[in-house]
Ligand binder design. Structure first.
Ligand code: MN
Length: 203
């Protein structure tokens, strides 16, 4: 895996001839109002991770253009968090979302293990280290380990999508998966306006 590091935005060339992009984010924590977005990682499925480190949120023109482009599929693992953070900090709602965690929950109903590590292991036979989960992403000089960990979170998402798409077709759940992906922006709206788990479908 190759890693390229940028400040605040992707280079314009990254957007050329792009059809799909895997995206992940790292923040100071899990609370959108307390914990700022520190890093966003992007991969076009070619084993190169583009890491963008933020020290300001008003210079990400190419990222915003990419996120709002309806013709480009954005592949996430647990899109609910990443899309929320990108919306909160960059001010744009991501269009055309695919979430490997939702796809996995819809087809791998024989297990409750749907982490990225677990999916890479069972669908791709790849072991992720996952050692830097609790780390200071606000660090201005990210360590080699942090860069590698952050990069690895996006390089396998295209391959996972391929495998999960086959399972979605086999189980006849492609359409319901798409409806779940399309509903994410509404779900995120509630995540941002209410502080705790708020389920409008509850009795
Ligand atoms: Mn990550």
């Amino acid at each position: 895996m190759d890693i390229k590091l940028f400040k605040n935005d992707l280079p314009e060339e990254f957007l050329n001839n792009i059809q799909s992009v895997a995206i992940d984010t790292e923040a100071m924590g899990l609370c959108p109002y307390r914990d700022r977005l520190c890093l966003a990682q992007f991969c076009k499925g070619d084993n190169i991770s583009y890491l963008v480190q933020f020290d300001c949120f008003c210079k990400s023109y190419n990222i915003c253009k990419l996120l709002t482009n309806k013709n480009v599929i954005k592949i996430f693992h647990f899109a609910r968090f990443d899309v929320m953070m990108l919306y909160k900090y960059l001010g744009v709602m991501t269009e055309n979302i695919y979430c490997t965690k939702i796809a996995s929950r819809l087809v791998r109903t024989y297990t409750d293990k749907h982490s990225l590590k677990e999916l890479c292991k069972s669908l791709l036979n790849i072991e992720l280290a996952k050692t830097e989960t609790c780390t200071d992403w606000g660090n201005l000089n990210l360590t080699e380990e942090q860069l590698k960990y952050a990069g690895e979170d996006v390089v396998y998402l295209h391959k996972l999508k391929e495998k999960l798409d086959i399972l979605l077709i086999r189980e006849n759940r492609t359409e319901v998966a798409q409806k779940c992906f399309d509903f994410l922006s509404t779900r995120i709206y509630f995540d941002l306006i209410v502080s705790q788990e708020y389920d409008i479908f509850k009795h």
